[in-house]
Design a protein around this ligand. Sequence first.
Ligand code: R5P
Length: 263
Amino acid sequence: MCWGLDNRLNRIIKQDNRTVMLAVDHGYFLGPTTGLEVPKKTIEPLLPYADSLMLTRGILRTSVDSDTSVPIVLRVSGGNSILSKELSDEDITVSMEEAIRLNVSAVALSIYVGSEYEHRTIVNLSKLVDEGEKYGIPVLAVTAVGREMIRDAKYLGLCCRIAAEMGAHFVKTYYCEDFEKVVKNCPVPVVIAGGKKTPEKDALNLAFDAVSHGATGVDMGRNIFQSENPVAMIKAVRAIVHENASVDDAYKLFKGLEKEQNK
Ligand code: R5P
């Protein structure tokens, strides 16, 4: 692997081989998502606790100070909206040159395995990897996005493995039963999305299950920024991912921080 690419990936996945990525890219097809109405307001207090920030170039330019040292994972696929008939109708939306100008540490693109535009999104992943390899920029493949996909180990394993075969340097997917099989069959690091907002303890459970079954960490959005106490929540997630805290201990930490904040 090229030193620059390795170095960028190491800025995202820490020395303990774990990472807490903060995903705030939802607006690229959802528009002003709950909790992200004013992205700067949401992002600023969370940034010190994020190992990387995943977002679009528009939100990066407008809502993140350029003196940040937090690695940026730039979403470079899109072209659809929540109103689109077919969510998989995505293409590459940002050039590698622009990603380099923005000094990002990685780029992210969704693949839609089993959907109408599967072929285009998978070929785009390969093309993006070619570009990334040229300049030393790692590529994150975001898998298993789709309304009607059954998110089981067989399907998620298929998605992750295809992403790795196309050359993705790390993969984002969903947690499922038998998750260790997904990880075992994928030769690159796997991080999980948090999914829809659930009670804090459930989200902490999800993070715990994921890392204890082989995930490198989380790329979590709504379960952090839609929490009543986003900073307390990201700290609790960090305790699980980086300190191997139990769910109970992480939840206690969350409640304690929440109490302090409400004093
Ligand atoms: C999915 O297409 C996007 O990358 C989302 O931003 C990401 O999956 C969201 O994270 P979460 O599901 O934890 O809100």
